[in-house]
Design a protein around this ligand. Sequence first.
Ligand SMILES: [Fe+2]
Length: 227
Amino acid sequence: MFARRVAQKAPGMAHVIAKRSKVTLPDLDWDFGALEPHISAQINELHYSKHHQTYVNGFNAASEQFGDLQCKLTGDPQQDTAVVKQLVALQQNIKFHGGGFTNHCLFWKNLAPSSQGGGEAPTGALAKQIETQFGSLDNLIGQTNTKLAGIQGSGWVFLVKNAENGGQLQLVQTYNQDTVTGPLKPIVAIDAWEHAYYLQYQNRKAEYFKAIWNVINWKEAAKRFEA
Ligand SMILES: [Fe+2]
């Protein structure tokens, strides 16, 4: 993380100096080739170094523009209207790139090579909840893959814990880089964008959806569920 110092207006002061931090790529817990043969090293490298980096850059740029625009607010409604319109327009960028940043951070932690327990079935409270709600892990995987296959275009499927529904598990499908927020706590996030599989699986995305379960990090999922 790094920060830059920016001028901000505050009541009674011309300007104050505030720190504004930027988001950065997270460290990975494994090498790019560690998920082979299920996800190739080439895909992981491009996905992380190019695609995720693009969301990092996009979010930082949009956030910076947002902060700069906020500094232009004067308190005069006549002058502020144009600035507020620009702030509203920027929110789509923040939503897209911020979602992309967050979703991929979840995704990398959701994956692990077999040497780190990837693909090992969950245990404990999460395993019990899956059994209660879905009957078996295989049923949950089947329902998740059906939702993944149903995405027309780009999107994600999240296994979430719904805090407003007694902590029940739920499968949520989103489009583009929309993420889950509020009472929906992500337990597992699966990327269904073409960039996540096309170099290896081409149009056989069902094979990618099947293969990814071999490297799902259920230990991380269980931690999220129990936190
Ligand atoms: Fe992605």
